[in-house]
Design a protein around this ligand. Structure first.
Ligand SMILES: CC(=O)N[C@H]1[C@@H](OP(=O)(O)OP(=O)(O)OC[C@H]2O[C@@H](n3ccc(=O)[nH]c3=O)[C@H](O)[C@@H]2O)O[C@H](CO)[C@@H](O)[C@@H]1O
Ligand SMILES: C=C(OP(=O)(O)O)C(=O)O
Length: 435
């Protein structure tokens, strides 16, 4: 179990460049299986989950060449389908959530796709019904081995159809889209998720020859094609990382510039931080966060009632930023209700913040009320264990603002989603070491 030691209470300053988006990378990498031609992908983050998926593709027989930092060429012209039945796949396939998106492309191109129950954050139930109901709608036969938790779908040829998804699942929509692009005829997906991750995937697939319309909306129409060709794709900056740096800047009263954020793809994120009282300035495509000398004051709703910050499928606020907004609220002026609607076990990390002196009431597994200290009282350093990626970074932000030296164990969780985070934090003045 890896550990960070963090000496808190130091102001940071400088520039930080966000990595390529993790959740986009997981979709885009799976899409390389849809063609035998070369696909060049740039701005791939060097993080544990993405590297695990690249290793899975390599084990599947995909020819992978590294061209430079974050740039790779993939060619899936000799895929080894026997690997899908191996014990190694049953082990490695469960190492991350994103591996589930191997199924759609494999099913569409080779007529079969298998996957062990995928891993990912332990943040509550993470069902796969949307994915498999989608494949079944396209004509696939589904089987599930309960003992091994092993899923499989098979179909000679998928057939386009109309479907209304039971929920706007991000990975589920990506999976179904990747299956439908090679199906016979027209597929219509209503209640599709439309996060920038998916918009990027659909644009890439269209460059490969797919015919997807409605990109960016919850109604996608896909005219199936026989084959797809190669392309080049560059990942957007990771919007969750961008939000993490905004939270970090506010909470440590630091002046920070987050470089090349792709403002137009940030949706609600800047607005929500502004409602939390954080000053965010747009400078070209950068975000400038000035030093918050006098702290930051949470706004109320127009009628004077307490602000609620909650998640929703895009264009709502992504659930992956709520833990960061929550930790930032502990030093704000005012109070806020954080309502994590999607995941039922993502707020339990607040116990640690309470130990550190934060004023939080966990109302139930989905809701926490935070009463900010307005920097009148610092959080106290402590020893903690990172439960998931975003709670891990939130605890790290708490530790960087706290008085004294904190220890965070299980930092593998943080490394799943943040590239070389300690080096990048040291470059802006943080006192953090990996032990
Ligand atoms: C690898 C990857 O891309 N992971 C992201 C992806 O996970 P993932 O695609 O696994 O998440 P889903 O979108 O399927 O669903 C997440 C959770 O929200 C619930 N749900 C979903 C849609 C909805 O309309 N209502 C609802 O309650 C689901 O039941 C589930 O518990 O999307 C999540 C939701 O943005 C993010 O937290 C994850 O970081
Ligand atoms: C929940 C997350 O990731 P995953 O879906 O990969 O577990 C996340 O990135 O916050």
């Amino acid at each position: 179990m890896g550990t960070f030691k963090i000496e808190g209470g130091h102001q940071l300053s400088g520039e930080i460049t966000p990595q390529g988006a993790k959740n986009e990378a997981l979709q885009i990498l799976c899409a390389v299986l849809l063609t035998g031609e070369k696909v060049i992908i740039n701005n791939i983050p060097d993080i544990v989950d993405v590297n695990k998926l690249i290793a899975l593709l390599e084990d599947l027989g995909v020819n992978i060449q590294k061209k430079g930092k974050g740039s790779y060429t993939f060619q899936a012209n000799d895929v080894n389908l026997d690997y899908l039945q191996s014990d190694q796949f049953k082990e490695d396939g469960r190492g991350l959530r994103g591996s589930i998106m191997l199924v759609g492309p494999l099913l569409a191109r080779f007529g079969k796709g298998y996957i062990p129950k995928p891993g990912g954050d332990k943040i509550g139930r993470r069902r796969l019904d949307t994915h498999f109901e989608g494949f079944i709608n396209l004509g696939a036969k589904f089987r599930y081995n309960k003992e091994e938790h092993f899923y499989g779908v098979e179909a000679k040829k998928l057939k386009g159809t109309y479907m209304l998804l039971d929920e706007a699942s991000v990975t589920g929509t990506a999976n179904i889209v990747m299956a439908a692009v090679l199906a016979e005829g027209k597929t219509t997906i209503y209640n599709a998720a439309c996060e920038p991750y998916l918009q990027q995937l659909c644009k890439m697939l269209n460059r490969m020859g797919a015919k997807i319309s409605g990109i960016g909306s919850n109604l996608l129409t896909i005219e199936g094609v026989d084959t797809l060709g190669g392309t080049e794709h560059t990942m957007l900056p990771d919007m969750i990382e961008i939000g993490s740096w905004i939270g970090l800047a506010a909470m440590t009263k630091s002046e920070l510039t987050v470089k090349n954020v792709s403002w137009d793809d940030l949706g609600q994120i800047p607005t929500v931080f502004r409602k939390m009282g954080v000053t965010i300035e747009r400078k070209g495509d950068d975000i400038f966060i000035p030093e918050h000398k006098d702290g930051y004051k949470i706004q109320s709703f127009i009628d004077g009632s307490i602000l609620t910050v909650s998640d929703a499928p895009w264009p709502g606020l992504t659930p992956d930023l709520l833990s960061i907004i929550l930790v930032m609220a502990t030093q704000a002026k005012g109070e806020v209700l954080i309502h994590q609607k999607m995941f039922e076990s993502r707020l339990f990390f607040v116990d640690k913040l309470i130990d550190m002196g934060a004023k939080i009431i966990l109302c139930d597994p989905h809701r926490a009320t935070v009463i900010g200290h307005n920097f009148k009282s610092k959080l106290k350093a402590t020893t903690m264990v990172s439960p998931d990626i975003r709670a891990g970074v939130s605890l790290l932000i708490a530790a960087l603002s706290a008085k004294g030296t904190s220890t965070i164990h299980n930092i593998e969780q943080i490394d799943r989603g943040y590239e070389d985070i300690d080096t990048r934090l040291r470059a802006i003045g943080a006192k953090i070491t990996r032990v």
